[in-house]
Write a protein that binds this ligand. Structure first.
Ligand code: FEO
Length: 168
């Protein structure tokens, strides 16, 4: 059984994952409007991953005999100036999510909830990967500089990303 504090903290993160999905979907729409369909695809897949993260929290709360409590999801920003601005915002957001996951892990430690710590381990590792992937894209954007050819090549590459549901 989950403690009230642990349940509240897991529900808060569930909602944050939905917001992340919502934010990346908004970025995807913006990238599409800027003419970068590959980037739009990459961000759409990213949003699906976030919804899958939310689903992991949903299932876990229920599995532990807790109660899922949904709430309003804030409106995300709608517009970014260009593709570099979008990816800078993705990295900034993922860094924020990393600190949220770390805080959640701290709650599991305080509550002496060893099962929750094991569950959250997956997210701790996921955040390392998320920040690393986005950081690598930002490095490539910097290398591409103002060369439209390089940006278009990258767009084509990001367009090939497909959704793979996260492992249980
Ligand atoms: Fe759910 Fe991008 O972390």
């Amino acid at each position: 059984m989950l403690s009230k504090k642990m349940q509240d903290a897991l529900n808060k993160q569930l909602r944050a994952e939905f917001y992340s999905g919502y934010l990346y979907l908004s970025m995807s729409a913006c990238a599409d409007s800027l003419g970068y369909q590959g980037v739009a695809n990459w961000l759409k897949i990213q949003s699906l991953e976030e919804f899958a993260h939310a689903d992991k929290f949903f299932n876990y709360i229920s599995e532990r005999g807790g109660r899922v409590l949904l709430a309003q999801i804030s409106e995300p920003p709608q517009q970014w100036d260009d593709i570099p601005a979008i990816f800078d915002a993705v990295l900034e957001h993922e860094q924020k999510v990393t600190s949220m996951i770390n805080e959640l892990f701290e709650v599991a430690i305080e509550e002496r909830d060893h099962a929750a710590k094991i569950f959250l381990q997956w997210f701790v590792e996921e955040q390392v990967e998320e920040e690393n992937t986005v950081g690598a894209i930002i490095d490539r954007i910097k290398l591409a500089g103002n060369h439209p050819g390089s940006m278009l090549m990258m767009d084509k590459e990001l367009g090939q990303r497909v959704f793979t549901p996260p492992a249980e």
